[in-house]
Design a protein around this ligand. Structure first.
Ligand code: HEC
Length: 195
């Protein structure tokens, strides 16, 4: 199919001719506009004052939401009674589950069934004999960092406590596809402390 003469640029290479199809005006305008926008974006978002980039904004907002929510709880202490109470508290376990989904599933699996990390849904544990030990392992890590320490990475103590409570609540759920139990079987969380 031959194009009309006036739509060719007149360039010819080895008999191959070039159509003269300029980019539509709106397209060029958009391109120019996004180039100009990029300059402002870099200056504003990356070179601007602290706290203007998206991560900082997100962190600030998340902290605010957390403060409002945790305002209702006060500051939790990581003791046995608190953990036993919150491991059955559907409403607040959601906060622990959220942390777990963000930081823990990569190694412990989406339901705690275990991947690189151990299965958290059976009754066997390697580093844990009492419910408070869960907090210790989360804060300080274990196995020389194979289980990382989260002390400085989970900002609010309530989050640590609720994450521990969530981990406690996973016990005995025997998630499908779980890793074989490791460590030893330990007494129920609410078993009376050994004399
Ligand atoms: C980089 C991988 C990794 C991540 C991420 C990770 N863990 Fe672990 N975790 C491990 C490994 C590996 C072990 C077992 C260590 C061992 O074999 O002694 C472990 C052990 C544990 C234990 C002790 C289990 C026992 O049997 O004593 C708990 C509790 C635990 N993790 C909770 C968590 C929580 C909660 C998070 C998220 C905040 C988390 N882990 C994130 C790898 C990870």
């Amino acid at each position: 199919m031959s194009a009309p003469e006036n739509e060719l640029t007149g360039h010819e290479y080895d008999g191959i001719e070039e159509y003269d199809n300029p980019l539509p005006g709106w397209w060029s305008a958009l391109f120019a506009l996004s180039a100009v926008f990029a300059v402002f974006y870099v200056v504003y978002v990356h070179l601007g004052e602290e706290g203007k980039d998206l991560h900082a904004e997100y962190d600030a907002e998340a902290a605010e939401v957390m403060e409002i929510r945790f305002g209702q709880l006060g500051t939790l202490t990581a003791d046995r009674d608190t953990l036993l109470q919150y491991k059955d508290d559907e409403k607040w376990l959601v906060a622990g589950k959220a942390v777990f989904q963000t930081h823990c599933v990569s190694c412990h699996g989406k339901d705690g069934e275990g991947l690189v990390g151990v299965n958290l849904t059976d009754d066997h544990y390697k580093h844990i004999t009492t419910i408070e030990d869960i907090v210790k392992v989360i804060e300080d890590g274990a196995a020389g960092g194979a289980m990382p320490a989260w002390k400085n990475r989970i900002p609010h103590v309530n989050q640590v406590v609720l994450t521990a409570a969530y981990v406690a609540s996973l016990r005995g759920t025997h998630a499908a596809g779980g890793k074989a139990p490791e460590g030893k079987e330990i007494p129920a969380w609410d078993a009376p402390a050994e004399p």
